[in-house]
Design a protein around this ligand. Structure first.
Ligand SMILES: Nc1ncnc2c1ncn2[C@@H]1O[C@H](COP(=O)(O)OP(=O)(O)O)[C@@H](O)[C@H]1O
Ligand SMILES: [Mg+2]
Length: 384
């Protein structure tokens, strides 16, 4: 759990539920347990950032939440319901609760969401100084990182771009590794897990957000969700096009940004991902071989009937003074616009890559390497 100086109240008269919640929250956050009857007194006594209100045995909840919000409008109220009673939940929401979870079924969802709830609360507190953008929710965007060339930076760009979006906005972000045979993301950000995308196979027909959150990992620093590759060629083969399509469509409903890292070849799974994408970032390094491969990819897409024109943009990676091809020469030969230009930054990047450390760790990083600065500029243009 993150470091924070947030003050929280847990109002509950239900031992089972509040012990479950206290165990999940851990000891790093300070949280005070009170009886629901005493919430009003506590709110009058001291400012609270977050109140988790567990549905009490009597029906004082709506009234108490109204009181909390009138005395302290900035306090975030999370309601834990014991039944999914529609009228109650509607009244609770009207009274000003921001979120509710129905127990015990949604305990897992609560645990998965809680860090983001805290982070978004902190972001909205800081929003006055203009350092972070608050994100307006809509239909999630699927963004794929592709290139016919290997080693051009797809994986490191997709991963750092996703971290940046997550850290510098309130958007919900999921990073998906569709290098199904060999993986890559898990090494880049040191995630050890025995769960992978392939674990969704048994539930793919009725796939929903909690299945995805159960299988995904939360990256330690940015708290973005990550779906890891099975890293197994035989398992990879069993994942059908329908599986990929269903996965991406379900992710789009629950996340604002679905960032996909793709391999350097085209097969049916890759075609499906490209077709489902709202945006394709083609990673190009400024040299003749890469340009040639990109032309071949364009021709292949024409033959396969994949529409690229409306959604493909180029990420020019590893630029520098000594490049064979310069940006201004490129503009004349490219069919797609250049969305971002990322400097070659071997000195800055290598230590992170070698240690398997995420490149972004905090919202306000004291020292960003040039690579991360270029990505920050690009991510903010996307968030606008
Ligand atoms: N802008 C850059 N400056 C310096 N090194 C880079 C840059 N972009 C990528 N690299 C390096 O290139 C290597 C391959 O990157 P990777 O993301 O694995 O490529 P891909 O996924 O396209 O195969 C990595 O070691 C990475 O550190
Ligand atoms: Mg890769």
């Amino acid at each position: 759990m993150m470091e924070t100086n947030i003050k929280m109240l847990l109002a509950s008269d239900d031992d089972t539920i509040h012990n479950q919640i206290l165990n999940a929250i851990g000891t790093n956050l300070s949280i005070q347990l009170v009886n629901p009857e005493d919430v009003v007194r506590e709110i009058n006594r001291d400012v609270q950032d977050i109140v988790i209100f567990v549905q009490p045995n009597n029906d004082i909840a709506v009234e108490n939440i109204q009181h909390i919000k009138s005395v302290s409008p900035a306090t975030l109220v999370i309601f834990i319901a014991k039944t999914s009673d529609f009228t109650l939940l509607r009244n609770i929401t009207k009274a000003g609760a921001s979120e509710f979870f129905v127990y015990p079924e949604e305990h897992g969802t609560f645990v998965a969401r809680f860090p983001t709830i805290i982070k978004n609360y902190e972001i909205s507190k800081q929003a006055q100084d203009g350092s972070v953008s608050t994100f307006v929710r809509g239909r999630g965007q699927i963004i794929s990182f592709f290139s016919g060339s290997g080693g051009v930076g797809k994986t490191v760009l997709a991963s750092t771009f996703a971290q940046t979006l997550k850290l510098e906005s309130t958007a919900e972000v999921i990073l998906i590794d569709l290098n199904l045979q060999f993986g890559g993301i898990e090494t880049m950000i040191s995630i050890n897990s025995n769960r992978s995308i392939a674990d969704l196979t048994p539930v793919i027909k009725e796939l929903n957000e909690s299945h995805i959150r159960n299988v995904s990992q939360t990256e330690e620093y940015s708290k973005m969700d990550v779906l890891i590759s099975p890293c197994d060629a035989e398992v990879a083969e069993t994942l059908s096009e329908e599986f990929i399509a269903k996965l991406l469509r379900t992710c789009r409903r629950s996340f604002d940004f679905v960032i996909i890292d793709l391999p350097s070849f085209v097969n049916n799974q890759v075609v499906t991902a490209l077709e489902e994408s709202d945006q394709i970032y083609y990673v190009l390094s400024p040299d003749t071989p890469s340009l040639k491969i990109m032309k071949q990819f364009e021709e292949l897409c024409t033959r396969l009937g994949i529409e690229l024109n409306s959604k493909t943009k180029i990420i020019l990676n590893q630029t520098g003074k000594d490049n064979e091809v310069q940006e201004k020469d490129l503009k004349e030969v490219l069919r797609f616009p250049i969305e971002a230009t990322i400097r070659r930054d071997i000195k800055g990047l290598q230590p992170f890559i070698n240690k398997g450390e995420p490149i972004r760790k905090e919202v306000k990083e004291r020292r960003l390497i040039p690579f991360a600065k270029d990505i920050k500029k690009w991510a903010h243009s996307v968030l606008k």
